[in-house]
Design a protein around this ligand. Sequence first.
Ligand code: NAD
Length: 435
Amino acid sequence: MGTSTEPSADEAGATDAAAEETEESAVETARKQLDRAATRIDIDPNVVERLRHPRAVHEVKLPVERDDGTLEVFTGYRAQHDSVRGPYKGGLRYHPAVTRDECVGLSMWMTWKCAVMDLPFGGAKGGVVVDPKGLSETEKERLTRRFAQELRDVVGPHTDIPAPDMGTDAQTMSWFMDAYSMQEGETVPGVVTGKPPVIGGSEGRDGAPGRSVAIVTREAVDYYGWDLSDVTVAVQGFGSVGANAARLLDDWGATVVAVSDVNGAVYDPDGLDTRDVPTHEEEPEAVMTYDAPQKLSNEAILELDVDVLIPAAIGNVITADNAGRVDAGLVVEGANGPTTSAGDAILEERGIPVVPDILANAGGVTVSYFEWLQDINRRAWSLERVHEELEDEMTAAWDAVRTEFEGGARTWREAAYAVALRRVAAAHEARGVWP
Ligand code: NAD
């Protein structure tokens, strides 16, 4: 099966990507994307103007005692973009490159991601300017508890619900939830998502982004009239997102011919046994230990002649430099921002459709929504129920984006943004501006 002649896409997670290539900040990129999406739909320009700005950005100073007894003061942010459809939702990252502008840009993308999934949340993002590898476990705990305390007035299960992101994990969320709960005088599991199930986390949360990538790939393959059992797939990155997507697609009949980690790729044109390739979690960076007929570089996996290419490792891997050599019939973005704006334009020109990250990997935030529902209702769901409900949410979002695409959007990305913006704009118009 060949490359589609259908029009293809614009970007949301290609956020960091676009920012890097054009040397503009994440917030500038996000604003350009908003403006571009706004031209596609009939929207009140006043609403667009409002959406160009976050509702608030909280900056906090975090004095933390280091293990050697010295005091260090860290800076933390929480950007809250828009809550017209519900509480703010978005990750907290611990990374040295965290900035106010980056948080604002990423909070805008969370607004669109929640809206394209039709979740009753708005977008937020936060973080601390710190290299978490330079902190001991106890230092990280003290930092997290202080961060929770400083944000206490502006987060909560009905106002703003953080989640893990780069440099943070289920343990970080546990400390955050505990610190918040101690101050509230009651256990409040719904203040964060991505917790361990024993304190209100959801079954199926970890595998959800990869599962959504597989579901969306399956739907896109069907849209182009291909049969999943005839489809070849290459997946860059065999971590949480890539391995879950690859194994599910393998289970559903696709032929996964190549997967990679940071060291390179294994390639078998007859198909890999994906269960025998160690994932990042099972054995870090051990993909190359799999006995495959061919080993390739990480650059080469992106240029394989396959039906579906899933970049699921890091951002900015499909760029102006290599987009001309991408030989896939369809690209499904598993990572956030794997395609830069320039790379995207080249793929569009070449008629290679790109299903954007804000739709494809949105299984994570969707199961976070399920976790929040379970916390509010104090009732845990089975893994089977999580899978069923995720399937329903993903196919509903896919149908909405497909309808927009068929209605004349140039790309899948443009269609996804238009669906999201239409929903956010309609909510603003219905509620109006107060006073
Ligand atoms: P992970 O750490 O579990 O796995 C990452 C994989 O990519 C590993 O196999 C690693 O070896 C490989 N990798 C790292 N650097 C690489 C490089 N330079 N070149 C090629 N491969 C490289 O990460 P993950 O959670 O699967 O996340 C992957 C991407 O998906 C990231 O962009 C992340 O932001 C995004 N994402 C993750 C989630 C989630 O909840 N896990 C949700 C949405 C989006």
